[in-house]
Every structure is written in structure tokens, then in C-alpha cells.
Design a protein around this ligand. Structure first.
Ligand code: DQA
Length: 144
């Protein structure tokens, strides 16, 4: 069984981008950590795109291919009804992750369209948030 770990715009620069906010580790490090967080028989597939439509296509693929989704939509969190709609058409568990504590930041980061669908929301734990989210998905799919 596979868990999709979906990442939105600018997260390809993780490790280089505003390290004071997002830290020095990269998405490759995130993938390694999440893989280790899974029990045997569960694997992760980490994807990142700067394009909203690509993320929507991956959520559609998840309908057949993913037992659960961990998603950090980046700035699309705050703008994308289309990502919310795509997630609403997905049946498995969804955990929303933000590396930074969005509630401590600008007001425009306080609202998330995705939270209306997410089974859980994590913010401000740095990249450890992805590990916690992955473990939660494993629990929800009966592989905790
Ligand atoms: C983010 C928070 C968003 O507000 C921001 O646009 C990002 C990253 C986070 O992981 O903290 O790109 O989702």
C-alpha cells in the first residue's frame, strides 16, 4: 500500500528557501524520514509541483493508487477551491501539513480551504510534521 505525500508550489526549494522559516532539510530528507515512519508493507511516494493542475491530477490518481494522502499545498492552501474539490472526491484519509506555524504568520495564511476536508491538520512542527502525518495515515488505514 502506498501513501502519497503531495507538495505544492515552492516546496522544491525546501532547504534553500527561507531556511529561518522552513529549515535546512530538503524534500528528499522528508521522503526518507516518512519512509522510515511506515511499517513494513507500506511505502510512500513523494511528489512536488509548482502547478495546481498537476496536484489535482495526482489527487485523482490517488483514488486508485493511494491508501492515504499527506498534503502540503503550499500557498495553494489559502487559494485553491479546486484542490479542496479534488480531495472531496477522494475517499481515503487526508492529513494536511504545514512546516511553519501558519497561525503565527500573516493573516492571509490563517485560512485553509483544504482543512475543510482534512482528517487532521499539522502546523509548525517543521518537517517532523510530515512524519507525524504519515504515522497518522498508517493508523487510519489500519497499519499503525
Ligand atoms: C506552508 C505555509 C504556506 O503559507 C506557504 O505558502 C508555503 C508553505 C508551510 O509548509 O508552512 O509555501 O504550507
Amino acid at each position: 500500500r502506498t501513501i502519497f505525500i503531495l507538495n505544492g508550489p515552492n516546496l522544491n526549494l525546501l532547504g534553500k528557501r527561507e531556511p529561518g522559516i522552513y529549515g535546512h532539510e530538503t524534500l528528499a530528507d522528508v521522503e526518507t524520514r516518512c519512509r522510515k515512519a511506515c511499517p513494513e508493507g507500506v511505502d510512500v511516494r513523494l511528489m512536488q509541483s509548482n502547478y495546481e493542475g498537476q496536484i489535482i491530477d495526482w489527487i485523482h490518481e490517488a483514488r486508485d493508487e493511494a491508501a492515504g494522502i499527506v498534503i502540503n499545498p503550499g500557498a495553494l492552501t489559502h487559494t485553491s477551491i479546486a484542490i479542496l474539490d479534488a480531495l472531496n472526491a477522494y475517499d481515503g484519509p487526508v492529513i494536511e501539513v504545514h512546516i511553519s506555524n501558519v497561525h503565527k504568520r500573516e493573516a492571509f495564511r490563517h485560512h485553509s480551504y483544504v482543512s475543510a476536508r482534512a482528517d487532521g491538520v499539522i502546523a509548525g512542527l517543521g518537517i517532523e510534521g510530515y512524519e507525524a502525518a504519515t504515522r497518522r495515515v498508517c493508523t487510519l488505514i489500519g497499519r499503525g
